[in-house]
Design a binder for this molecule. Structure first.
Ligand SMILES: O=C(O)[C@@H](CO)OP(=O)(O)O
Length: 248
């Protein structure tokens, strides 16, 4: 018997389109992103994949993507859980910076280390930075020492896994079709875990926007097949675009 898990990265955001590092900044979807979320919902419907429960981050681009796609699939009513543990990777002092300008200033090697290395975080954000989340009520439950000021992918996996085991795995064990609407890097961390990717292999992994990635997990919550995109062609094109961000 298998459990169905669907991963959905939010559609294009206003800052994705502007080529800015986003992280924990609560940027909304743009029109294209909303259309991608709608298409995501259509793909779920066409494939008969109707979620019983949805888990999202605390960021509106993921919340909005979940709502738009679930609305299309007529599943807006399902049980919903949210956690900061599904948030995008905190991009530290790079949040709000232009990717192309950062690449030009620091060079490709450093730029790619910050974007994709497994265990090197960008410089931490200052509490006085306009994009620090110091007084943000949604993180009020987090004591100061537990609030990220920057994160590498390893940090993201470490803060994601407690939520995975405590909140998502029980839903999968209960055979609920489970949707996770989250972010490029929080989903890279989860895919690393699910696919057993090495620290080196995950560097080359990019997640497309708005295209459901479906796993059929066995009793051990493993998948011999790996995940499959419901629209592989669109996924390949979007992966290429994500990979090349900054290089223009
Ligand atoms: O800016 C970000 O937060 C992420 C996702 O949009 O970007 P990147 O793909 O460069 O890690």
């Amino acid at each position: 018997m298998t459990s169905t898990l669907i991963l959905l990265r939010h559609g294009e955001s206003e800052w994705n389109a502007k080529n800015l590092f986003t992280g924990w900044v609560d940027v909304d979807l743009n029109e294209k992103g909303a259309a991608e979320a709608k298409r995501g919902g259509e793909l779920l419907l066409e494939n008969g994949l109707l979620p019983d429960v949805v888990h999202t981050s605390l960021l509106r681009r993921a919340i909005r993507t979940a709502q738009i796609s679930l609305d299309v699939a007529d599943r807006l009513w399902i049980e919903t859980k949210r956690s900061w543990r599904l948030n995008e990777r905190h991009y530290g002092a790079l949040q709000g910076k232009d990717k192309a300008a950062t690449l030009a200033e620091f060079g490709e090697e450093q730029f790619m280390i910050w974007r994709r290395s497994y265990d090197t975080p960008p410089p931490p954000i200052d509490d006085a930075d306009e994009y620090a989340n110091v007084d943000d009520p949604r993180y009020a439950v987090l004591p100061t020492e537990a609030r990220p000021r920057t994160e590498c992918l390893k940090d993201v996996l470490e803060r994601f896994l407690p939520y995975w085991y405590d909140q998502i795995v029980p839903d999968l064990r209960a055979r609920k079709v489970t949707l996770i609407a989250a972010h490029g890097n929080s989903l890279r961390a989860l895919v690393k875990h699910l696919d057993g990717l090495s620290d080196e292999a995950v560097v080359g992994l990019n997640i497309p926007t708005g295209i459901p990635l479906v796993y059929e997990l066995d009793d051990d919550l493993k998948s011999s097949q790996g995940g499959r995109y419901l629209d592989p062609e669109a996924a390949a094109a979007s992966i290429e675009a994500v990979k090349n961000q900054g290089k223009k």
